[in-house]
Design a protein. Structure first.
Length: 555
């Protein structure tokens, strides 16, 4: 019969011998649909259709996290219109609530992987809101958790807590340990997003213990990864690295490409923070390539964002801006508010370093507005911090200090050591700019101490440069030694100074040349470059007696 229909050109043929498909001509499809609607068997046919595609979705769901992930996504993509029709029928059936929850809950990861967050959330919301869907079942708990995950992909933090808490409550009632573990994990993400690191850690550790008891490797790998990210944000890079590596090993064993890609990406960020830009570039590019193979839009956007940040640190502003803008376009297309806010902040920082304070201010204000809407404390703190940078660049030190102090208070509440360190650095910077060199030294040394503990070479080099300037003129020899050591650090990680910073640095060095003769300067510079970075930090943290340097002005 199929052959006859093909010969009559009433259906086509696509796919291969293993998975043949026979699409109808549009006119034939419309005619068949009209005949079906007028048929007495329409409900029976639609129910059989729904049952078939529900079974397919539940069959494929566990396979989306293994080595055949791409093939399974393609299977679901090919049937997307059929899934939409099946979901629509679940909404029309009087007793279709449970099946609607099951089908939407089985498809959430497909929607997540292909970036269809808005569509997926709409179907899940409809399924959860139907009469009969209030029954506290595994299907409802799964759909609630799925809705929460897709909401988090768009940064919609307002609904997350309630969705995951109800899901957890139902799973606990039913004794579904795997469901409990995933709900705990997702609640950890919610807590981490609002800056409550202690609560996030407790949720992750509880979920990890359950996953380990179940032998659920994907859950183990995912929980380890998030515990690593929590440590990374707190500046505990060495411990984070071990957890990332353990997580990556599990994902490689499972053939879970999404897990592999995210793990590579975060290891790249860790390497970047520690000044190993070569390793960071390799890890980012492998992550990006994996996301591209999967056609994972959000992952592609995030990886482009990270590579852009790396290029910015290396002084390639043009290439960095192009990648930021490409990533921002993807995030806007996905309605991913959290990523949009991050990118606005990074674009703002880029144009600020090029001296365009007006554009930078507008970008940071837009980012702050989004972060306030999302109640994302960590990102809100960084937006405030960046606005402080713009105000300082304009010479408005009072406004800059207010933003830095508000940002610092949030970072301290979150125990975000990296944020605390940079807040101290910039508070030192505006103190220095106003001639308050003793207080500037205190801020700079505290920043160096924290960044040294985090093994953040770029951050330490920046702090050393600021501290050295604040030591002139009475301790000019020490200042030159620290400058020499800082330059060696920057060379080792390939991070040139932004143009405005280079100009300021040149003026500061020129000032010292008026204090030290050429030979004394050269000796001190060489001595600084001969220090290990451990020796450099030890010398930087040695207390320096306050002097009349508080009255010195740079040209």
């Amino acid at each position: 019969m199929v052959t006859d229909l093909r010969h009559a050109s009433l259906i086509g043929s696509v796919g291969d011998a293993e998975s043949p498909r026979y699409p109808m001509l549009e006119t034939v499809r419309q005619f068949a649909a009209e005949r079906l609607e007028s048929s007495a068997t329409v409900a029976w046919v639609r129910t059989r259709h729904r049952d078939y595609f529900l079974a397919l979705a539940e069959e494929v769901k566990p396979l989306l996290n293994g080595p055949g992930q791409g093939r399974q996504i393609a299977r679901l993509e090919a049937e997307h219109e059929n899934f939409r029709a099946a979901l629509a029928w679940c909404g029309m059936e009087l007793d279709g609530a449970e099946d609607g929850l099951r089908l939407a809950g089985a498809l959430w990861q497909f929607w997540e992987l292909r970036g269809s967050y808005t569509e997926g959330r709409a179907y899940l919301s409809a399924a959860l809101g139907r009469p009969g869907a209030e029954k506290r079942s595994n299907a409802r708990a799964t759909a609630l958790n799925s809705a929460g995950v897709l909401a988090s992909c768009q940064g919609d933090t307002k609904v997350l807590q309630a969705l995951h808490e109800e899901s957890l409550s139902i799973f606990r009632e039913l004794g579904n340990r795997q469901g409990i573990a995933w709900s705990l994990y997702d609640l950890g993400n919610v807590a981490g997003g609002r800056g409550d690191s202690l609560t996030a850690k407790a949720y992750y550790e509880e979920s990890l213990a359950i996953f380990q008891g179940l032998g659920q490797k994907r859950g183990i790998g995912t929980s380890l990864h998030q515990l690593g990210s929590l440590l990374n944000k707190q500046g505990n890079h060495e411990a984070a690295k071990l957890l990332y590596q353990e997580s990556l090993s599990i994902f490689r064993e499972l053939g879970n490409r999404q897990g592999i890609a995210w793990s590579l990406n975060d290891q790249g960020s860790l390497a970047r923070a520690q000044g190993d830009h070569k390793a960071a570039r390799t890890l980012y590019e492998e992550s990006l390539a994996t996301f591209r193979e999967m056609e994972h839009k959000r992952g592609i956007g995030w990886a482009l964002h990270q590579v852009g940040g790396l290029l910015l640190e290396q002084g390639d502003y043009k290439a960095a801006r192009l990648l930021y803008e490409e990533s921002l376009a993807i995030s806007r297309d996905l309605a991913d508010k959290q990523s949009i806010a991050w990118l606005l902040n990074d674009l703002g920082s880029l144009v600020r370093e090029l001296g365009d304070y007006e554009t930078a201010w507008a970008l940071h204000e837009e980012g702050l507005t989004i972060n306030r809407e999302l109640a994302d404390n960590q990102s809100m703190a960084w937006s405030l911090h960046h606005l402080g940078n713009v105000a300082a660049g304009r010479g408005d030190y009072k406004t800059a200090q207010a933003y830095y102090e508000e940002s610092l208070a949030i970072f301290q509440t979150m125990e975000n050591k990296v944020g605390i360190a940079w807040s101290h650095y910039y508070l030192g910077r505006i103190g220095f700019d106003q001639g308050h060199f003793v207080s500037a030294r205190k801020m700079y040394t505290e920043s160096i101490r924290i960044l040294w503990e985090a093994r953040d070479r770029r951050g330490v080099a920046t702090g050393l440069r600021g501290l050295a300037a604040a030591l002139v003129p009475e301790t000019a020899v020490k200042a030159v030694r620290l400058w020499g050591a800082a330059e060696l650090l920057r060379e080792s990680i390939g991070t040139p100074l932004p143009p405005p910073e280079q100009a300021l640095y040149d003026r500061q060095v020129a000032k010292v040349h008026t204090i030290l003769n050429e030979n004394a300067f050269a000796v001190a510079w060489a001595e600084g470059r001969a220090l290990t970075w451990e020796q450099t930090v030890a010398e930087a943290l040695e207390e320096t007696e306050p002097t009349s340097a508080d009255t010195v002005n740079y040209p």
